[in-house]
Design a protein around this ligand. Structure first.
Ligand code: HEC
Length: 199
C-alpha cells in the first residue's frame, strides 16, 4: 500500500467541513444577536420610540464629518406626550401601514425601496413642509389627499390616494418622525433639514 499524504486523507477533509460548518453556525447566531441589538429601538443609533415627544434636529458633527440627529427639548407630536408603550404602538401602526400600502414601491426608506418618489428617510425634516408649526397639518392633509395637495417639486409626479385612515395617518407621521431620528451615518447625502426653532 502506498503512503498517503496527510492532506489527501478523506477523513481529514470531512472533519474540516464539519468544523467549519459548526463554527460558522455559532458565528451566525452571535451576529444575529449583535444585529438585533444594533437595530432595536432605544439603542445607540436607533432612538426609543418616545423620541417622537421631542424636537428632532439634524446638525453637522465636526468629529464625524457628517450630519447627525440631535434630540432636542419636548415637542410632542400632535400636542400629546406619549408613554414609551403608546409611542411604540403608534410607530408600529405607521410602519405596518407603510408595509401594507407598499410605499416602497415608489419611495425609499433607510436605503430600501424605489426612487420614483422622494426618499422618506428624513421626510419629517424636509424643508418642503415650510415650518415646524405647519408641518403636522400639511403632512396630514397631504397623506389624506395627495392628489389635491400635490407637492410634485416640478417632477409632475403625483402620489395616488391610498385610502389611509386618520389613525393610520397619525401612525405614518409618528413613524416618519421616529425614522428621522435614526442615525443613518449621514444618509441621505447632502440633505438640508427644515430650520428648527431650537437651533
Ligand atoms: C405610486 C407611487 C407612490 C406610492 C405607492 C406612495 N407614494 Fe408617496 N409620493 C409619491 C410621489 C410621486 C410623491 C411626490 C409628489 C408630491 O409630493 O406631490 C410622493 C410624496 C410623498 C411624501 C412627501 C415627501 C416629501 O418629503 O415631500 C410623503 C410623506 C409620502 N409621499 C408618503 C408616502 C407614504 C407614507 C406612502 C405609503 C402609505 C406613499 N407615500 C406611497 C408617490 C408614491
Amino acid at each position: 500500500m502506498s503512503e498517503q499524504a496527510w492532506w489527501s486523507n478523506q477523513d481529514f477533509w470531512r472533519k474540516c467541513a464539519i468544523f467549519v460548518t459548526a463554527f460558522m453556525f455559532v458565528v451566525l447566531i452571535l451576529l444575529t444577536f449583535h444585529s438585533l441589538a444594533a437595530i432595536s429601538g432605544g439603542t445607540d443609533r436607533v432612538p426609543a420610540y418616545s423620541v417622537i415627544n421631542h424636537r428632532i434636529d439634524y446638525r453637522f458633527d465636526e468629529a464625524r464629518n457628517m450630519k447627525v440627529p440631535v434630540i432636542g427639548e419636548e415637542a410632542p407630536l400632535f400636542g400629546k406626550v406619549l408613554s414609551e408603550d403608546e409611542a411604540r404602538e403608534l410607530v408600529d401602526l405607521g410602519k405596518l401601514t407603510v408595509q401594507a400600502k407598499n410605499c416602497m414601491n415608489c419611495h425609499t426608506l433607510l436605503g430600501n425601496g424605489a426612487y420614483y418618489a422622494p426618499d422618506l428617510t428624513k421626510a419629517w425634516l424636509d424643508p418642503g413642509w415650510g415650518n415646524e408649526q405647519a408641518r403636522e397639518l400639511l403632512m396630514t392633509m397631504f397623506l389624506k389627499d395627495p392628489m389635491t395637495n400635490a407637492r410634485t417639486y416640478g417632477t409632475n409626479r403625483r402620489m395616488p390616494d391610498l385610502d389611509i385612515t386618520d389613525e393610520e395617518v397619525r401612525g405614518i407621521i409618528a413613524f416618519l418622525k421616529w425614522m428621522s431620528a435614526v442615525d443613518t451615518n449621514g444618509f441621505p447625502q447632502g440633505f438640508e433639514p427644515l430650520p428648527q426653532g431650537g437651533s
